[in-house]
Design a protein around this ligand. Structure first.
Ligand SMILES: *[C@@H]1O[C@H](CO)[C@@H](O)[C@H](O)[C@H]1NC(C)=O
Ligand SMILES: *[C@@H]1O[C@H](CO)[C@@H](O)[C@H](O)[C@H]1NC(C)=O
Ligand SMILES: *[C@@H]1O[C@H](CO)[C@@H](O)[C@H](O)[C@H]1NC(C)=O
Ligand SMILES: *[C@@H]1O[C@H](CO)[C@@H](O)[C@H](O)[C@H]1NC(C)=O
Ligand SMILES: *[C@@H]1O[C@H](CO)[C@@H](O)[C@H](O)[C@H]1NC(C)=O
Ligand SMILES: [Zn+2]
Length: 409
């Protein structure tokens, strides 16, 4: 076994602010289907998703932020901030001092995990007089500077993610919020196809079945928009938080049981067992590196090669599919679709980073964005009216250092 330490990589980003005082605004629905890999619709019959491309905008693919995990990535979409800024650094919440771990669904109403000084779009829009809601969307159940989202439905632990009847009922509810209660912005979340991708792997026939269920749901959504008279006043963005890759198993690869070679109990003072695509460790005092400016991320982030899982003292990680790998890997890329009165039709755009969705949403809602790391310049070509947005662009660079363990046999 040869271990290579590769030191990566630098990125510069552009922050843009849009100034607009127009009150001529349409409503916005943001939908996320968790773990929808960019190419999941290419081997399944998806007439409704295909029709969206004719009637709206599709990006070739969307690049999620590092880390390619559910809560960090969703919070980047809803804030337009990098993970090192918004500090939602994992799906679970943990305390490196006490080793206390709080599982994903339990974090959903823990404000101290989400509220670290960065305001999500709901709150910024509410502060400017708009009415907003979150339906299961990660981060919606927390308070920000003491302020709650106008209306919130939080997903309970153990709630099934794949109930099609419920999916459709949730669309009906959201449509009535827009048409009867005049909500301006709703973020709606679905937990699939992530679960199927983990449990069965991205190539399993059940993944194709759930994509068809999503496609039917989108067909239902489009009819519901019409029935509620929202066709000319509601913009819709459909996206996701990361892709999915097949985990390499015996006999395809030799699994290395690190515990046979290292005493992980005495080697690390902290470790996370639950996830496989990346791992975070807390080194013992005096052994630390420096990574990013995050206060919450432990000093070492280990990113596995695509398809490899990091395990720990025990093989606790048995998923057949996974994410959490480098966001440059095609299998981690996800989807972006949009349609509605403000979007062009039949437009295929180049790929872009999910961080740029935030300024686009602010432009659609005609609100002043909070400080963010996205750029409207990346996405405004999708809009029919892409004039009248004055941009003041500031550029600042940062360096992200990643330790990549490449295992070669
Ligand atoms: C952000 O989180 C860090 C670490 O958990 C904490 O020390 C800091 O006080 C938090 N900042 C805000 C503004 O909540
Ligand atoms: C948010 O604030 C409201 C009102 O102060 C409070 O009732 C609610 O429990 C808080 N929710 C969370 C998740 O902290
Ligand atoms: C699916 O949801 C519907 C509507 O909420 C409910 O009546 C039904 O029992 C659910 N089915 C399952 C299998 O949970
Ligand atoms: C992201 O935006 C925040 C707020 O404007 C800024 O403080 C931070 O430096 C930006 N990060 C990068 C990498 O440009
Ligand atoms: C285009 O958008 C700008 C800024 O929002 C607005 O002032 C202008 O009236 C819009 N033009 C049309 C034709 O809607
Ligand atoms: Zn996810």
């Amino acid at each position: 076994m040869l271990q290579q330490l590769v030191l990566l990589s630098a990125a510069a980003c552009v922050a843009a602010k849009t100034l607009s005082n127009s009150i001529d605004r349409n409503k916005l629905l943001l939908i996320s289907f968790d773990g929808f890999r960019w190419d999941y619709d290419q081997d399944v019959d998806t007439p409704n998703l295909d029709q969206l491309v004719v009637d709206g905008v599709k990006a070739k693919y969307l690049t999620p932020p590092m880390l390619t995990m559910t809560s960090p990535s969703h919070f980047t979409t809803i804030t337009g901030r990098w993970v090192e800024d918004h500090e939602v650094v994992h799906n679970m919440m943990y305390d490196t001092e006490t080793n206390l771990k709080v599982p994903h669904k339990t974090t959903l109403t823990k404000s101290e995990w989400w509220d670290n000084g960065t305001l999500p779009l709901w709150i910024t829009a509410q502060d400017q007089g708009l009415k907003t809601a979150s339906f299961f969307f990660p981060g919606g159940g927390a308070n920000y500077s003491g302020q709650a989202v106008n209306r919130v439905v939080v997903q309970n632990s153990g709630h099934p993610d794949d109930n099609e009847t419920e999916w459709i009922q949730n669309i009906d509810k959201v449509m009535s919020w827009f048409s009867e209660e005049d909500f301006d912005f709703v973020a709606l979340y679905y937990g699939e196809p992530d679960n199927v991708g983990h449990a069965k792997g991205p190539n399993h026939p059940d993944r194709k079945k759930i994509i068809q269920q999503i496609d039917r749901t989108i067909g239902y959504l489009r009819r519901a928009i019409q029935q509620h008279g929202l066709t000319n006043s509601l913009n819709v963005i459909i996206t996701s938080d990361h892709g999915m890759t097949t985990i390499k198993k015996r006999p395809m690869v030799d699994e290395i049981i690190l515990n046979k070679y290292l005493n992980l109990i005495t080697l690390n003072s902290f470790e996370i067992l639950d996830y496989g695509g990346f791992g975070i460790l807390k080194p013992r005092p005096g052994k630390d590196f420096h990574l990013g400016k995050s206060q919450r991320l432990p000093p070492i982030v280990v990113i596995a090669d695509l398809g490899f899982n990091l395990n720990s003292r025990f093989i606790v990680y048995v998923n057949k599919g996974d994410h959490g790998f480098h966001n440059g890997e095609m299998d981690m890329k996800t989807i972006f679709r949009a349609f509605g009165p403000d979007f062009k039709k039949n437009l295929l755009t180049e790929a872009f980073d999910s961080i740029h969705i935030y300024p686009l949403m602010c432009r659609l809602l005609q609100i002043q964005p909070a400080p963010h790391n996205g750029s409207l310049a990346v996405t405004q070509e999708m809009l029919i009216n892409n004039s009248g947005s004055r941009s003041s662009v500031g550029v600042s660079g940062f360096l992200l250092l990643l330790l990549v363990f490449t295992m070669v046999y």
